[in-house]
Design a protein around this ligand. Structure first.
Ligand code: PGA
Length: 250
């Protein structure tokens, strides 16, 4: 049995001075994360110290939204896995579609980041997903198989430590959710792709759905056999809607 995992992706929202209040609300509404579902908040870099402080004594995990693959060096403006670890970060989102779209993230750089995150002992949340154009051109399967194979290449022995988020790009922030049947089809494809790479650990990988997940559709999505939780954007910015999604995962 895979424990469900619901993570909030705050994106570029909430000031360091605002983060503690949202975290306080999430702590209250989720029994401090001790609710049968793994709960994680992925905050902006600048919020990490305040968030770590606000999360003290709770079971809620702390995550970042990106990192560089090098340990240290002349990479102006970048943040390493070691820097995140030093602040108490446990999770890191890698390859989010917004980073692929706006910041030239590629399968190759996602793979480098994944290896560095694993080496540092962080739990990576690797995002994959097709655009609307790719889906309409019948290329969804090809895109998903390519992303999973290339992003996770060489990490087969660590599959059990990796979380994958299937986020159809057309569903992110649009209010347009994939149906649970559509999502399950892709989640099963992701698991089949993982099984070809490492049959022993493919069943242990938790695969989240992301893209306009909200309290109204979360239980239906997470009732599917290969949907092991959610990566939540907009609905993660309010404690009550985020907590309602967490509880829907039970
Ligand atoms: P959304 O974002 O829930 O606002 O669609 C999800 C994500 O991008 O992780």
């Amino acid at each position: 049995m895979r424990t469900k995992i619901v993570a909030g992706n705050w994106k570029m929202n909430k000031l360091p001075s605002e983060a503690p209040a949202l975290i306080e609300g999430i702590r209250k509404a989720t029994n401090d994360g001790d609710c049968g579902v793994d709960v994680v908040v992925c905050v902006p870099f600048t919020d990490i110290p305040a968030a770590a402080q606000a999360l003290k004594g709770s079971k809620i995990g702390l995550g970042a939204q990106n990192m560089h693959w090098k340990d240290a060096g002349a990479y102006t403006g970048e943040i390493s896995a070691a820097m995140l670890k030093d602040l108490g970060v446990q999770y890191v989102i890698l390859g989010h579609s917004e980073r692929r779209q706006y910041f030239a993230e590629t399968d190759e750089t996602v793979n480098l980041k994944l290896k560095a995150a694993l080496a540092a002992g962080l739990t990576p949340i690797v995002c994959v997903g097709e655009t609307l154009e790719e889906r309409e051109e019948g290329k969804m399967q090809e895109v998903i198989v390519r992303q999973v194979s290339e992003d996770l290449a060489g990490c087969q022995e660590d599959f059990a430590r990796i979380v994958i988020a299937y986020e159809p790009v057309w569903a992110i922030g649009t209010g347009k959710t994939a149906t649970s049947t559509q999502a399950q089809e892709v989640h099963a494809l992701i698991r089949a792709t993982l099984a070809k790479m490492n049959p022993e650990q493919a069943d242990e990988v938790r695969i989240q759905y992301g893209g306009s997940m909200k309290p109204e559709n979360a239980a239906d999505l997470m009732s599917k056999p290969d949907i092991d939780g959610g990566l939540i954007g907009g609905a993660a910015l309010k404690a009550d809607s985020f907590a309602a999604i967490v509880h829907a995962g039970k």
